[in-house]
Design a protein. Sequence first.
Length: 108
Amino acid sequence: MSVSFKKREFFKVPVSFPVPNDKGSFDNNTFTGHFKPTSFEELKGIREMQDIDVVRDRLIGWEMTDDDTKQPVAFTPETLEAVLAIASAPYHIALAFYRAASGNKTKN
């Protein structure tokens, strides 16, 4: 058995969030988020933050494609704020971070 103490610059996590559509259902938006790692002590403080502030603090990049143009979406302050303006996004992005930071694996 072994443990890795290697410091990582970021970790990748799949993120998805629903957005209501005009058909009476939801579109599922997905991307791979790049998050800053956190220590146990930092995580205790982060849990006191609002979801939107957690995302602004911990999300440092992504692998995202625009559904309409099929082009990659650059991670910039403007595109981050555009995603955060979607009502369901901050909660689901923060949830993906919390689950990964606490060691919960995402289901495929």
